[in-house]
Design a binder for this molecule. Sequence first.
Ligand code: HMG
Ligand code: MG
Length: 285
Amino acid sequence: MAERVEIFEVGPRDGLQNEAARIATRDKIALVNLLSEAGFSRIEVASFVSPKWVPQMADSGEVLRGIWRAPGVRYAALTPNMRGLNDALEAEADEVAIFGSASEGFSKANINATIDESLARFAPVLEAAGAEGLRVRGYVSCVVECPYDGPVDPGQVVRVAEALWQMGCYEISLGDTIGRGTPEAVDAMLAAVCDALPAERLAGHFHDTSGRALDNIEASLARGLRVFDAAVGGLGGCPYAPGAAGNVATEKVHERLATLGYETGLDADVLARAAEMARAMRGDG
Ligand code: HMG
Ligand code: MG
């Protein structure tokens, strides 16, 4: 039997948070509802951050409350602080995520905190989420390069990933936020992180700015990673990372994994329809 690899769909959050056009809440809900038919176990649909920082996510509560909840699918939300966690609980997110950075420059630009300040801010979120029985995922951004600080030392990635892990995150998603990673740089970074944390608890989160995301996924597979974040239709970017293109497209990852002999459990026809819907939403359909 083919080995299983999971694609974690992040298009409704990472994708739509960066679209210039205002996207109607009902369209976001329609996209999530279609994605819910594709066979994902987890879909990131919301982000409870300051609407001044990311206005595109201001309707996150309405989205979470408006979607159809497919059995067996967990609907996730970003929660940078206690305020975000409380909003996510109220909207009945199934799991939440905190997001830190391996580089100081991006940490400041993205969440207005140094790395150490951000870790201190996350600790009560982990504690309160745990008390509510909610799982928390941890993101580390800029795992190979930072738009402000340049190349990032793998040791810095290990430090932040380990801190999030020790706080209780069930999985650590390693983000090549600006998509500058090469397979060699990703491999060197993963060699360091996999010395500290189990590969089966890591996920790869590759933006496709330089067209190398699929090669970086292959490099990560070789290091034992079996979860990859992707956005249907290649939606997205990051508002605080100039030059960040969309996440690698879910349908491309699905296709590459199938070629490599892995099984994702996803329905290619539904993915194609969702990709079409995503492209139409951003006006290039
Ligand atoms: P701050 O200014 O330091 O925080 O921002 P604050 O506590 O002083 O609050 C400032 C204002 O925000 C206040 O409102 C708060 O009430 C409000 P005001 O008094 O000015 O009217 N506020 C909130 N509103 C709604 N929900 C909240 C919330 N918290 C405070 N949860 C903060 C700190 C973290 C809030 C801010 O920097 C922020 O919202 N940043 C979010 C940036 C973001 O969402 N970036 C994109 C997601 S990360 C990403 O895409 C990377 C990833 O994909 C992985 C990768 O690719 O590498 C995950
Ligand atoms: Mg991202």
